[in-house]
Each structure stands twice: as structure tokens, then as C-alpha cells.
Design a protein around this ligand. Sequence first.
Ligand code: FAD
Length: 472
Amino acid sequence: EPTLVWLRRDLRLHDHAALELACRSGAPVLLAFVFDTEILDALPRHDRRVELIHCALQELEAQLRERGCGLIVRHGRAREWIPQLMAQIGATRLVYAHDDDPFALTRDQAVRAALPLGVQVESVQDVTVFERRELLTGQGRPYTVFTPYKNAWLKALQAERAERLAERTPQLQQLAPSPLATGLPSLRELGFEPTDLDARFRGGARQAREQAAEFLHERLHAYAERRDFPAQKGPSYLSPALRFGLVSVRELARAAWARHDEPGAAIFLSELIWRDFYHQVLHHHPGVVDGPLKPEYAAVQWEQGPQADSHFQAWCEGRTGYPLVDAAMRQLARTGYMHNRLRMVTASFLCKSLGIDWRRGEAWFAEQLLDFELASNNGGWQWAASTGCDAQPWFRIFNPVTQSEKFDAQGTFIRRYVPELAELPEAAIHAPWAARPIELGGLRLGVDYPLPLVDHAEARGRTLARYGVLKA
Ligand code: FAD
């Protein structure tokens, strides 16, 4: 009797925990993916992520066809389709990888409940290296501070490295053809329109693996020095691939661990550990989805009303008058990606310079980011707003001009995304309102490019007062 492997955020065939487990028993294995309308219905018709997934499935399907089997693809409610497919196939075993997003947990529970007795359901770890309750403090509690978590992570890895990071190679000869594998619906048939998704994200797992290899061989050695400067090709740009499982986190962690005595590899590994950290935060504290992790921060009063709304709009559109913030927000809108340093700068700017509720920014990022990941996005926002685990202290407020001078000293990144400012000299590009008229050339502030929405020093004072309720 066949086994069904339900693909979700693991759109590849290599180093694949669920597939490897399913194939191990020797029974025929079928693969299914459901375009889940419970997720899709809430998305705009032009959504780069849906197109990225569609491209990845095209590539996966072609690979499967070459092997003489197919991919079963359905469009509708996954909680109904999966039990239905199980019945149609006559499968007695369902295998999939854990997904700790609260929506996914509820959906998976519903699928389990809808399956008849006697069907075996197995879910396996694949998304992170360590997860859930695997790493706890000496008192058996979840970690809330990153450094001790990281130390525990490294210690545990050291102890069981061979097994933890071992490649999960599926016996693909177990994959069987199915009459239900009737091809992939087009994007339009799914109710979506083609987007301007970058070619880098159109090649599915094959292309993502090449990009990972390029990063690991050519750029990992310089990661420590370059990763903080948005104009440089410093980071890996693998976050969308990790989000949808086009690469396996084990293969990246394996490569980084093998070289962790080098600074680049050690810091890259540390970033992967942040990813695990935020996943376990979400697992232990699902309430972070709509509120501060530290309950006392619920007392902070955010700006509301028409001015806050118009500030929020200007932030979304990259019209705050702070060049680095605007360049970053336009990078996000134009490409679906934003550099990590700039996520910190723009998030801090929203909640600590404009005084706007971090949840509004979180929701905007969730809509725009190609790599949107609830755990990391929420963790990043709560970090910036000082409301989360191991967050910035509330009195630490990024100065967007200093950040700009430090991390985009020549203004190369700003010029790339804010063409109005392309001709400004270095001396004027970080804070054009403070420049001498001669330095502005023909640029008319307030006409060609906005004046700053707020004065940083004043905004800082208001923020300290706003967070001051916490001292009471
Ligand atoms: P690299 O520097 O090459 O890092 C490698 C990988 O490590 C990343 O792909 C990512 O999986 C992981 N990683 C790196 N930094 C972090 C971090 N701080 N937290 C968790 N994982 C990390 N990351 C997301 O994947 N999805 C999100 O929705 C997301 N939202 C964020 C929101 C805010 C406000 C902030 C401050 C950070 C957010 N991050 C998010 C974390 C980080 O900015 C991105 O992972 C990173 O910029 C992705 O680019 P990269 O793959 O080139 O990173």
C-alpha cells in the first residue's frame, strides 16, 4: 500500500527528511502538493511568492517526470484535499515535515482528524536543525536569550553532529507513477497573475542549490566583513530558498560547521542559529503572533490617527525623507528582498522614530517579503521594538543618518534605489536637508524628494517618553 508524502515548505528531492523516511519502508511513494486556498485567498493577485512556488513545482515536476513518475497537485483546502487524496490512492501512510506556524499546526491537526483509523501519520523535523523542546535550559525552560541558546545549540551539535546534520538521501526508486498526477495548473488557473519575480528565484531547487554552492565556495570566506553593507554582495540571499525548502538547512549548516573556525563560516552558522532560535520562540510562545512577548510592553501607546496613517504610508512607499530608509523600503517593494541591516534600520525607524505600532510594519513586511517567515519576521520586529526575546533595550534607538554613514558610506545603495538623489555628493546624501544649497545641485527638497517626516532628536525624545511607562 502506498505512502503519500505531502510537500509544503520542502520543495526539493534531495536531503529531504519526509521523503527519505517515506521511501525507507520499501512501499511505493507518491508526492502531493496543495495550493491551499486558506492561504492563497488572502493574498494579492500579483504575489511573487506564489510565482516562486509555482516555478519551483514546475522544476520539481519536470524532474519527477524524467523519472517516470509525477507530482499530484491540487488547488483548494488542503485539510480536505489531503484526506481525499489518501482515500483515492488507497494510501495507509502520510508523511510530512513539521511546520510550527500556528495556522499550519491547526490545519495539520484537522487533516489528522479527518483521516480514518488505521492510517499512519508521521511528521518529521526538516525545517530547522534543532526545534521545539529539543534545547532547554538546565531548569527545563525555553531559552529567551540568544547567546546561551547558541551555546547550547553548538554543544548539542558537537555531541551528535554526524546524525543531526547527516544528509537525508531518499531512495527515489520508490517513487511511483500515479494517474492522479495530471500536471500543474497555470498561475492564472490558480487565480494569480505573473509578476516581476527576479530570474534568480525562478529556477527552483536546482538553481537554489547552485546559488548555495556559489555562496559557500566564493563568498562565505568574506561574509564576516561584507554582510553588513547593503551595497555589497555580502549575504547569501538564500532566505527565500530556505523559506520554501529549495535548499536544506542541513546542507548549509553542514558546510558552515565544517569551516566554523573561520570567522565568515562561524557568523553564517550563527545566523542559521538565530533562525532556529526564533522558531523555538514561536513554538513556546505562540502568543507573539499578535502581541508583545514581554506583556508589560502592551502598555506602550503607539501613535494613531491620520498623521500616523500618512507617516505609515510614506514609510511603506519609501518617502520618509531619510535616504537610507527610503532606499531600503523601495528595495523591498521592487524586489521582495531587504538586506538584514536595513530591516533593522527601517523597523526601528517605524516604531522608534515614527512611534507606529510594530505590528503594522510586521504586516507590511509579511505581505512584501519573498522570504516571509512568521517566526523570523515576528522575532525581528519584536527585537526592533524591544518587546521580544533578547531584544534591543528600549532606550537604544538607531539613528538613521549615522547608520547610513556607517553602512552605506559612499551612498552607493541609496543611489541605486533613490534615483532622485543619485547626483548628490557623499557629504549630502545621508541627510540632504542638512546639506549646503550648493551640494544639493538642482534638487528641490520637498518637491523632488521629501523633507524628513520627523526630526530625529525630537522623535527620540518622544520615544523615550513613550517607553517611559515601563519604568513606572
Ligand atoms: P544571510 O545573512 O545570508 O543569512 C543566512 C540565513 O540565516 C538567512 O537566509 C536566514 O534564513 C537566516 N537568518 C539570518 N539572519 C537572521 C535573523 N536575524 N533571524 C532569523 N534568521 C536569520 N528572515 C526571514 O527569513 N524571513 C523574514 O520574514 C524575516 N523578517 C525580518 C524582519 C525584521 C524586522 C528583521 C530585523 C529581520 C528579519 N529576518 C527575516 C532576518 C534577516 O533579515 C533575513 O533572514 C536576511 O536578511 C535574509 O537574507 P540572506 O539570506 O541574504 O541572509
